[in-house]
Design a protein. Sequence first.
Length: 136
Amino acid sequence: MKNRLYASVVIMVVALGAISIAAPASADPPALEDRIMALEAQVAALQDQVNALPPALYSKNESFSYPVGQSSNTLLCNSGDKATGGGYRLHSSVHGIDVLENNQTLSLSGWLLLINNTAGSATSAEIFVVCRDDAP
């Protein structure tokens, strides 16, 4: 996302700079070089501003069923994005539900919830994941 924004900014600056750089053949070459250097400095400053932008975050949630026994479900971020946080909410307050894992996947691409259900019947839980938009 930042790369697309940066590319747009560079194209705009270069296009605007090209218009302002155009000068008659009698223009002073050192003055043109100074203008080009000033535009390069502006592009560098804009790149710093783009790099300072916070990453785009979004969240997802989905309910999953957990039968009796040990089972897991994973809620994935969009392709290429990374999970920065997450969690779960049980839909019932039944005894016999043990959360064994509640964390990012090993690839950091989503959130994993592993439950051992000894309650005698299926239960459900909602998984939440906060993702960072790393798409180019």
